[in-house]
Design a protein around this ligand. Sequence first.
Ligand code: ZN
Length: 84
Amino acid sequence: MLTLPQLERIEAKLDLIIKSLGYDAKEEKGEEVMPIVCWRCNKIITGFKDELSKKEYQISGLCQSCQDEIFDSELAKGVEEDND
Ligand SMILES: [Zn+2]
């Protein structure tokens, strides 16, 4: 059986490991956590130009440039269809 001080030491160590991996307890506090890597282009996500893009990331997991690419092409397609 582990004693409470032992458990606390293990917990503190785990916390350090988690932090060293780039995670922290921000999410639990309800603070915003910056995304890590875009699944589409594998680039590290550094930020978004507006709240809408940030929300889109939460839904699609796409970085800013992938969002731009996809929505630009969809927009172009839409315009094309409208002209038809
Ligand atoms: Zn991307």
